[in-house]
Write a protein that binds this ligand. Structure first.
Ligand code: SF4
Length: 564
């Protein structure tokens, strides 16, 4: 007997092979990669955010009880408009679906946490955070924990407490931030509502409440806002049909419609041990070139790393490359075959050096702020103590105390630069991937403008644009090919560096930070602060080791790609 296939909204943005494996009955019991703690934390944070929004909306939409017409506040149709049904998340799915259906049939104004009736014929199941009753149906509203708009104009919004899309107007201060996944989730809920007979008949709209929860952003799912003038619904329908075919073939143990291929999603996918073993067994080309390039190479008959490595880069390229160049792809394949983490793509490698050098690493917590700027001073003596200097706030973010720590960091850096210049010496500061540091340099200058010691945006720009600020990630990217990724945790060990903390990593540091500041209603954990400082110190020691290695040893230790 073939298992019934019912897919949730997530499948339309998921790897096709994952959809296959999730629905292949022969894979039941296969060992999976352990859950990623940071992903679990993100899920928990999203749940807390949703609970907060639910509470705020219930308070905001409660009847006023002073003789005023309660329905007037909601722009809704009748007495039932102000009513809420909250479907408990811990009930069995069948009970949740039953409660939701009852609420829909009774015309409840707001249904929170609903699970919609399954659409067995279409192979669809799922729910949505909020269903809002309108005049002639229900409108889905998604609550997410990311930013959904940017500064600009043109988004269709209402106040966050106004859940009626008929009141949406063109926002003069916000434009839509692209989140295709949000619209596809709304389309999934819309199709479920439609199948159950509760969708609005004349329009397909859905709302999103984001991290800032200042507005509801309304999407017209039937408007041609997608590439090629497609609608969100059309895009959703075609993706869902494809995933359904993959899942049904897997459930029926037919020829698979999706094979493994290394993509970005593999990093956090539970099936990676299975796929990695298979890709390695067949020496799949996606082990060295990901995504679209790997698919095109397979179509061109170059399915293995060996075949890619054997190509002559002076011949006609076999495909139109998107993620890399022909010669880099061939060199990466050769490096993989030789089990090399790095190869030189240039005959001479260099990194700008100074008389006085500072390695800088910033630690942030999501979008909430930058709580730590760590600096390692080395080089000529300018009357400032050499070694590691940390500028931190341990008040939970967001906090204005971040302005104090940021100003202290900037004052220290400015003093070091001024002393170096006064001594007639060359100053350089280093980081690994300046995108993150630059983001928070600018954001801190903007958010804390006017606080004592906080630089102007122009001051920040003058530093960021100067030759004094060196991004080692760029140096590595320009001069090396890295067959296992270009992250500092991959590259610095090649230079002989090791972190003291075996768990060190950006994701672990998020957990440590929560404990360090007592974010989850716990006592602040001083030991975790020390751990974060040590981790940050090791990061700047790692960039110091890396640049010294590039200057002194990489030429000897790393083969040149043309010599492979
Ligand atoms: S490991 Fe990668 S290829 Fe395999 S199912 Fe997951 S995302 Fe897809």
């Amino acid at each position: 007997m073939v298992d019934e296939v019912l897919l949730d909204a997530g499948v339309v943005t998921r790897c096709r092979r994952r959809v296959h494996l999730d629905n292949d009955p022969t894979m039941v019991g296969t060992p999976l990669a352990p859950p990623d703690p940071s992903a679990e934390q993100r899920i928990a944070d999203a749940e807390a955010h949703r609970a907060d929004i639910a509470e705020r909306l219930q308070i905001a939409t409660a009847p006023v009880g002073n003789g005023e017409d309660p329905d007037a506040a909601f722009g809704l149709a009748d007495d039932s408009a102000a009513t809420w049904t909250v479907v408990p998340a811990d009930l069995a799915p069948a009970e949740r679906a039953g409660l939701t259906l009852t609420a829909l049939e009774e015309g409840v104004g707001y249904i929170w946490g609903g699970l919609l009736p399954r659409d067995r014929e279409a192979g669809r199941r799922g729910g949505i955070q909020l269903l809002v009753r309108s005049v002639d149906g229900y409108v889905p509203v998604l609550v997410v924990r990311h930013r959904i708009t940017d500064a600009g104009e043109g988004a269709r919004t209402t106040e966050v407490t106004d859940l009626d899309p008929a009141n949406a107007s063109t926002d003069p201060d916000r434009k839509v931030r692209s989140h295709p996944r949000d619209q596809l989730r709304l389309a999934h809920a819309y199709r479920l509502l439609q199948a159950a007979g509760f969708a609005e008949p004349d329009r397909a709209v859905g709302g999103v409440i984001g991290l800032d929860a200042d507005v509801v952003l309304w999407h017209d799912l039937a408007a041609g806002t997608w590439p090629g003038g497609r609608t969100a619904l059309a895009e959703y329908d075609s993706r869902f049909a494809d995933r359904l075919a993959v899942a049904r073939a897997a459930a029926a143990r037919e020829e698979p419609l999706a094979e493994p291929s290394r993509v970005l999603e593999c990093k956090g996918c539970p099936w990676w041990p299975t796929c990695e073993a298979e890709l390695t067994r067949v020496r799949d080309v996606s082990l060295v070139v990901r995504g679209e390039d790997a698919m095109e190479l397979r179509r061109a008959g170059i399915a293995t790393v060996d075949k890619l490595a054997a190509l002559d880069v002076y011949d006609e390229p076999p495909i139109q490359w998107t993620g890399t160049s022909f010669s880099d792809a061939v060199s990466l394949a050769k490096a993989w075959l030789a089990d090399l983490t790095m190869v030189r793509r240039v005959s001479q490698v260099t990194v700008p050096r100074g008389d006085v050098e500072v390695d800088i690493d910033m630690e942030s917590f999501g979008d909430s702020g930058a709580y730590l700027w760590g600096c390692l001073l080395s080089g000529a003596d300018i009357g400032v103590e050499h070694g590691y200097h940390a500028f931190a706030t341990w008040e939970p973010l967001p906090t204005d105390d971040e302005a104090r720590s940021f100003a202290a960091f900037w004052s220290w850096l400015t003093d070091v630069r001024a002393r170096t210049a006064a001594a007639g010496l060359q100053f350089r500061a280093y980081c690994y991937n300046a995108l993150a540091e630059n983001r928070w340099l600018y954001a801190s200058a903007e958010r804390f403008a006017g606080f004592r010691g906080v630089p102007s945006t122009a001051d920040v720009r003058a530093f960021v644009d100067s030759d004094e600020w060196v991004d080692l990630f760029r140096s590595v990217s320009d001069q090396f090919l890295c067959s296992h990724g270009k992250g500092l945790k991959v590259v610095a060990p090649v230079a002989g560096f090791a972190w003291r903390d075996a768990e060190a990593g950006g994701e672990a540091s998020m957990r440590w930070y929560r404990d360090a500041v007592g974010m989850d209603d716990t006592e602040p954990d001083v030991a975790q602060r020390a751990r974060l400082l040590r981790y940050n110190e090791d990061d700047v020691l790692a960039t110091q080791a890396l640049r010294a290695w590039i200057s002194e040893r990489a030429m000897i230790e790393v083969p040149f790609m043309e010599d492979l």
